[in-house]
Ligand binder design. Sequence first.
Ligand code: SAM
Length: 276
Amino acid sequence: MIWFTEYWTENVGLTVKANEVKRIKSKYQEILILETPEFGRMLVLDGLIQTTERDEFIYHEMLVHPAMLAHPDPKRVLIIGGGDGGSVREALKHPSVEEVHLCEIDEEVIIASEKYFPSIAGKLRDPKVKIFIADGNAFLEEKKDYYDIIILDSSDPVGASEVLFTKEFYSKVKASLRKDGVMVAQTESPMIQEEYFKKAISEIRKVFRNFGVYLAFIPTYPSGMWSFTIASEYIDVINTKRMEKVKELKTKYFCDSIYACLFTVPKFVEDIIKKS
Ligand code: SAM
């Protein structure tokens, strides 16, 4: 066993005991699969934890369900990034969904996830799912006025993901959404990545008329406090809630009480949002 450390900043990190299962050098990044006593299998890209068997449900449920429930009848879903398949699995829990497109830049992430994370990637071959190996930014050029939901399940805003946190990119997202379209993005940790968080929100609000920020507690992400930003041009995302649909979903974290006060955030987070 080794001690694996993810460095959150120069001064702090998360260290876990682990056995290395596989290390793959893809065209885009280093993919590392670890087996850990505490969090089960762990997917690490370029030294950063992306997902673990133990806590992935929190991230994937919270990323996907609020946006799906903000839309009156989501049929066409696009996920950008998300090669581990967790967001695909959650999107398919909504019976109205007819197609889920997954646009992942790195095919090796999908191959590794199917092999080492069957409980997360298990729905990637569902007949409703179509996988595109492409850069999300380029992919959106060709799909105008098509999706009901776009989910940005990207890695941190460095390298290939950097472009996915810009105003130009969010404008393309808006153009690819249909009239009642809703977008949601993982927007980093307000606690330990305040600059990333602020930048994402300030760029999103330049493009969409309605937006809301919410949080979830994810133990293996920097500081454990994680943010998501939901946005739409036409839907009042903060006040549109379909409470009656929550019970129909099989979930472990997302539930009526969390949904009812989804946009309740601590005062310091509210202050950062106001200043963004
Ligand atoms: N839940 C994760 C997190 O926040 O740590 C994100 C998981 S998911 C594995 C992120 C994926 O985004 C990676 O597999 C990466 O290859 C993909 N990705 C990065 N940049 C991309 C781009 N420009 N277009 C499409 N996919 C991209």
